[in-house]
Design a protein around this ligand. Structure first.
Ligand SMILES: CCCCCCCC/C=C\CCCCCCCC(=O)N[C@@H](CC(N)=O)C(=O)O
Ligand SMILES: [Zn+2]
Ligand SMILES: [Zn+2]
Length: 522
């Protein structure tokens, strides 16, 4: 073949490759465009087809408003603080018990309600249903709060429940006395209105959630297991209604946690011979440990976006974003890697992308002129749904890559199972309907809860655990969670009561509307 002949041949091959590439790209984008226009994960169940229940409605009058706010403020003023893994405020917990009996006299005296104390300070209520064949469900909340100190910069003392510009300030106003009081206040009103549920339900109020629920939630689970109880679903604190928090999202979104991340506490330690600071070795225990910690911070865990429920979240929210995010989120099959790079830029969304690594303790040294024999650091990892404690531990050892650094697991648990969110998922659909009835402009989406809750102890009692409360979080509110100036608006607290009031009644339906042609008995 002549030189010009072979050039022509190469040119023809290149032309074929380029046009095939162009056709492939065009095809991919056409599929992506069609999917963007047709993706309808929010179609849901047809509201018109829901079984009719004669729901009572709640119109709060002036007197009730004053009373419910006074109750809530009194709850906030009782400092039910869990200080550490071993130190809780038992005096405050006993006071809280007395307070609940006083604030909700109908709940505590109704023949429909059985109440008992569990683990000394936690409360378990059983509200008897008229149709025992209907599987019961359970609402959870917790009594204890994390510590708070006014000197950190609170606008009002953290246990004052002071009202400023329509907001009640105080530790526990969003975590989690709003849910606790909202649930009991709703039940009080329902009972006063003569309501008797068809479907029985439990209310569990743990007293030590902030220190892992070992005596509260775990004992409640033990009691229920002894009685052979199985639950249709459990609803606990967790995600909320985000309004203006997710960048680019138009309108508010109610994220319902289908699962929660796993957790591991890992101890790193370095031991060397102590010595005189005037003749230091080239590296001290502190230096070796600092390098290990730096390596962990410089090498985040792998991106796993799309391998857990977080992919579904963005598909559900896609239609509320504008171009190009709408296009990207509607086509995660193509753009997952790109979206995970966008999300990892901010801590709040990075938590959805991977197992996060936070170095939370660093202890070393005894005296200015002594080479310390021991340096230790603790790392708190929140494990992505697609990883396990064991995998995470192996990655840490590899990343540290230094035999002198001892890596030990202090405690850990794998990510929680993922609850259903389809048309047959009773708990999810009931929560969704209750949200939409009360807040029609909100988009409801399944999500992963990045923190842990008492509900994780309930996995043997049900496959369906949802982490959600109808608290509205606006820009700046995430920082109030365990932070300073925790607060809730009086309007939102009232909405929470109405939400639980409606949710309890919505749970009385026997079965969900039939999706398509399939029948699902509950
Ligand atoms: C794409 C971005 C979406 C952003 C939406 C974020 C909305 C976040 C809303 C709430 C924050 C999540 C809080 C979860 C509840 C955590 C409860 C808690 O603090 N648990 C403790 C203690 C424990 N029980 O282990 C924890 O350390 O996790
Ligand atoms: Zn909480
Ligand atoms: Zn908390």
């Amino acid at each position: 073949m002549t030189e010009s002949g072979s050039k022509l041949r190469i040119f023809k091959i290149l032309k074929i490759i380029i046009s095939s590439l162009l056709i492939t790209v065009l095809l991919l984008f056409t599929i992506a465009a069609i999917r963007t226009l047709s993706l309808d994960v929010n179609a849901g169940l047809q509201l018109a087809h829901w079984e009719k229940t004669n729901n009572k409605s709640l119109v709060i009058d002036h007197h009730q408003r004053e009373e419910l706010l006074a109750n809530f403020k009194e709850a906030i003023r009782i400092p039910t603080v869990s200080f550490s893994n071993t130190e809780i405020n038992t005096t405050a917990l006993l006071e809280f018990d007395r307070f609940l009996r006083k604030a909700f006299p109908t709940v505590f005296s109704s023949s429909l309600v059985h109440h008992e104390l569990v683990g000394n300070y936690s409360h378990l209520f059983w509200v008897k249903g008229s149709q025992p064949e209907l599987v019961p469900y359970m609402l959870l909340a917790h009594i204890d709060v994390v510590p708070a100190s006014e000197s950190d910069g609170w606008e009002a003392p953290p246990f004052s429940a002071k009202e400023i510009d329509g907001f009640i300030y105080g530790r526990g106003t969003i975590d989690d006395k709003n849910s606790l009081m909202g649930i009991l206040q709703a039940l009080e009103y329902l009972l006063l209105k003569g309501y008797a549920p068809r479907r029985g339900f439990y209310i569990g109020l743990g007293h030590d959630e902030e220190i892992n629920g070992l005596n509260g939630a775990m004992n409640i689970v033990r009691v229920l297991k002894q009685r052979g109880v199985q639950l249709l679903f459990v609803m606990d604190e967790g995600l909320t209604i985000s309004d203006g928090i997710i960048p680019g999202l138009e309108g508010p979104a109610a994220l319902i946690g289908l699962s929660e991340k796993g957790q591991a506490a890992v101890k790193l330690s370095v031991s060397v011979a102590p010595g005189h600071a005037s003749m230091p070795p080239r590296e001290t225990s502190i230096g070796i440990l600092a390098t290990a910690v730096k390596r962990l911070e410089d090498n985040p865990m792998p991106r796993l976006f799309g391998y857990g429920p977080e992919g579904d979240t963005f598909e559900h929210l896609a239609h509320k974003f504008s171009f190009p995010l709408k296009f990207i989120m509607s086509n995660l099959w193509l753009f997952s890697p790109l979206l995970s790079r966008i999300l990892e830029r901010k801590p709040v969304s990075n938590a959805f992308v991977r197992t996060t690594t936070a170095v939370t303790f660093f202890n070393a040294g005894v005296k200015i002129n002594v080479i310390p024999s021991l340096a230790e650091a603790y790392v708190n990892l929140r494990i992505h749904s697609a990883q396990s404690v064991e995998e995470v531990l192996d990655i840490i050892k590899d990343t540290v890559g230094d035999q002198r650094v001892k890596v030990e697991l202090v405690y850990g648990f794998d990510p929680l199972p993922i609850s259903g969110a389809d048309e047959k998922a009773f708990g999810f659909q009931i929560i969704k309907k209750t949200v939409l009835d009360l807040f029609p402009t909100v988009t409801v989406a399944p999500a992963i809860c990045v923190g842990n809750t008492d509900s994780r102890h309930f996995i043997d009692l049900t496959k369906n655990i949802y982490r959600f409360s109808p608290a509205w979080f606006k820009p700046g509110d995430l920082e109030r969670f365990h932070g300073i100036n925790e607060r809730i608006s009086t309007k939102n607290y009232e909405e929470m009561i109405v939400f639980y009031f409606n949710l309890i009644q919505n749970c009385d339906i026997r079965k969900l509307p039939e999706p398509h042609s399939s029948v699902h008995e509950l």
